[in-house]
Design a protein around this ligand. Structure first.
Ligand code: FAD
Length: 462
């Protein structure tokens, strides 16, 4: 932990804000719509609801503070990507619909930019796209296959393109770069500034937010909290990885840890050496996702998967701060960008993201029961949660448009397996993927069997 020994264990983004928690629910209350969860999903739903129907009494109930969950601690990629495969979505609808949905997610990146401009939210938004580099032969081959694949699906060169080694290195001067993919629909943001600014905008729009208010159960029209009951004909669950704490939702979402570190602000010569001139977010194409951004104050904030999951879906601070996993994140960063070997690491933190059993995000609203939910973004929820929240507001107010017709609307996943199967499946799958990455870096040969085996173990076939 040498480089990490003095790092603060609060997320960089939250550490820089003065968070004054809003008051809890004062007692029993009625509303037209109650939203459980004050992350991006819940807040975007509230924001668009009040804009479409300002007469609705909208209440957001948040157990800690808005942005306490993944929304305040993530990598700050507002990226136009949606977990789940294009083919899965196309199977539910058509290829044209799947393409249209993908473009709605691209547009969500711009929509976030539009809202922060309109609402005067300073979220350090910079739309520089994202650069994925290939750093061994199998990664390069997967990249070339991916480009052929997206062209066949109908995506244009302006949306996603292959870049050669020189251009890729200009964008991100990482080690062993052989090629890259540039995806235009991505903005680097400060997620905590965005989520806190959004909460303020939600209040300005006329919704009420109660923080420090944990919900224990949602029954049709009745939301029970530690401070009282909210009765509302419409209730939306936006609790993502923390859904496990709600009665009856223990196996709905798998809470999986991801951990990040941030360097000190870097001097101009180091930044010049790294690249990232327009602040594109960056990663490579290994199986175990890595993600980084150059922040507005010239730090590198970087994350990677480590120890993924705790038995029985436990979410603990010790899990978030797992030291060996943070050391791994640092090792990966230095391997990618050796110029950072001596950079001081000022922050290390972790959080949990939510994975549904079919590894596919979605949303649903049942007008008969008034119940809705949205989420399950796996690791890509910043931009999709904007689209999901906007669509949820459309559904509640009975709008019919291209958003409500998108194939991810109405998604259903079955519950995760009981323990110890969940634990065994996730752990084994992650171990195999990690070994597959090591194998590919060591031998330059693809570990495709491992990848298929891991998909099978983690349940991604359904
Ligand atoms: C370390 C990390 C890095 C990530 N990086 C990226 C990235 O760069 N780009 C990207 O697109 N995605 C990223 N993700 C995923 C992304 O952050 C999430 O998909 C997104 O923030 C989900 O938003 P949400 O509102 O659905 O969930 P959350 O932000 O988790 O919000 C859920 C909220 O509900 C509240 N809550 C839960 N249960 C209750 C209850 N019973 N009562 C009251 N309130 C409750 C929680 O306190 C929380 O505030 C990352 C995730 C992590 C953990």
């Amino acid at each position: 932990m040498s480089q990490l020994a003095d790092a603060t264990t609060t997320a960089l983004w939250l550490d820089r804000l003065d968070i004054d928690r809003r008051d809890p629910l004062p007692g029993d209350e009625t509303a037209d719509v109650a939203i459980v969860g004050g992350g991006f999903s819940g807040l975007w739903t509230a924001y668009y609801l009040r804009r479409i129907a300002p007469e609705l009494r909208v209440v957001v109930l948040e157990k800690d503070f808005c942005g306490f969950g993944a929304s305040g601690r993530n990598g700050g990629w507002a990226v136009g990507e949606l977990a789940g495969s294009f083919e899965q979505y196309a199977k539910r609808s058509s290829k044209a619909e799947a393409l249209r949905q993908a473009r709605l997610v691209f547009d969500a990146v711009d929509e976030i930019g539009r809202v922060i401009a309109a609402e005067g939210i300073d979220a350090d938004y910079a739309k520089g796209g994202t650069i994925y580099v290939a750093r061994n032969a199998p990664q390069e081959q997967r990249m070339r296959d991916e480009i052929a694949h997206v062209r066949a699906q109908g995506f244009t060169d302006d949306e996603i393109r292959l870049v050669d080694a020189d251009e890729a290195r200009t964008l991100l001067n990482a080690t062993n770069v052989r090629a890259g993919i540039h995806l235009a629909a991505c903005a680097a943001i400060d997620p905590a500034k965005l989520v806190r600014g959004l909460a303020d905008a939600v209040e300005r729009a006329g919704a009420t937010i109660y923080e420090q208010t944990a919900v224990s159960s949602i029954d049709d029209g009745v939301v029970r909290t530690e401070h009282g009951v909210v009765t509302a004909p419409v209730v939306v669950r936006a609790t993502e990885a923390y859904s496990r704490d709600l009665q009856g939702e223990r196996r709905t979402m798998l809470p999986v840890y991801s951990r990040m570190i941030a360097t000190e602000p870097l001097p101009p010569d180091v930044i010049a050496e790294i690249g990232l001139a327009d602040r594109p977010t960056f990663g490579d194409t290994r199986h175990m996702v890595i993600y980084g951004q150059r922040t507005a104050d010239d730090r590198i904030a970087f994350g990677a998967a480590g120890l993924p999951y705790q038995y029985a879906s436990r979410i603990t601070r010790a899990g978030e701060l797992h030291e060996a996993s943070h050391q791994h994140v640092h090792d990966v960063l230095v391997d990618l960008l050796p110029v950072l070997a001596d950079a001081r690491i000022t922050h290390r933190w972790g959080g949990v993201l939510g994975i549904p059993r079919n590894w596919t995000p979605g949303l649903d609203f049942d007008p008969d029961t008034g119940r809705g939910w949205l989420g399950g973004y796996v690791g890509e929820g910043v931009a999709p949660s904007n689209l999901a929240g906007r669509t949820m507001a459309d559904l509640i107010t009975r709008q019919h448009n291209e958003r409500t017709a998108a194939p991810w609307v109405g998604a259903r996943a079955r519950a995760w397996e009981p323990e110890p199967l969940r634990w065994l499946g996730v752990r084994a799958s992650r171990a195999i993927l990690r070994r597959a990455d090591d194998h590919e870096f060591r031998t330059d040969r693809e570990a495709s069997l491992s990848f298929r085996l891991s998909r099978l173990l983690r349940g991604a076939w359904s």
